[in-house]
Design a protein. Structure first.
Length: 168
């Protein structure tokens, strides 16, 4: 029987986290999109301005997955929530219950902190959608994700003297 443990990630896990981020990107057919370095992970996970938290999953003492998350905030609820940026389980450990343990532990963290929601995005083609639905997690219909990134973000932040932005 496989022993699964979930623990908080530490600085020594930065390399493993980055390796799994790259595996996840390959699975999502976006290998070239990963620009993060191990130094980025160390700085933002354990530096002076902590930007994320992370859980590490191990099966029989071998790292096999992670859940990287941040607190967000609902102005409507007046409470914090958790946004799950990435959840990943390596192929060899799928089917062992690792993903469920990561999600359940993240839910426990949310409840312990008084968070009211656990939010995340899933690609439409990802078969993990069925896994989430079996756990009672539902898709949030009616909302379309938007993102400003790269040159668009820089352009948006740029010319502050041009006057108000037309929001129509």
């Amino acid at each position: 029987m496989t022993t699964i443990t979930i623990r908080d990630a530490g600085p020594d896990d930065a390399g493993s986290i980055l390796a799994m981020v790259k595996e996840l990107a390959a699975y999502e057919r976006e290998e070239e999109a990963v620009l993060a370095t191990e130094e980025d992970i160390l700085r933002d996970g354990w530096g002076p301005q902590k930007r994320f938290s992370c859980l590490i999953a191990e099966a029989d003492g071998r790292i096999c997955g992670f859940a990287l998350w941040v607190f967000n905030y609902s102005t409507w609820l007046g409470r914090a929530g958790i946004y799950l940026e990435d959840l990943y389980v390596q192929a060899w450990a799928r089917g062992l219950g690792v993903g469920e343990r990561l999600i359940r532990d993240l839910a426990r963290i949310a409840v312990a902190h008084g968070a009211q929601r656990l939010d995340f995005n899933v690609l439409t083609w990802n078969p993990a959608r069925g896994f989430y639905e079996k756990l009672g997690i539902s898709a949030h219909d009616g909302w379309i994700p938007y993102r400003a990134e790269g040159a668009s973000l820089v352009r948006l932040a740029g010319d502050q003297e041009s006057g108000p932005i037309d929001e129509a």
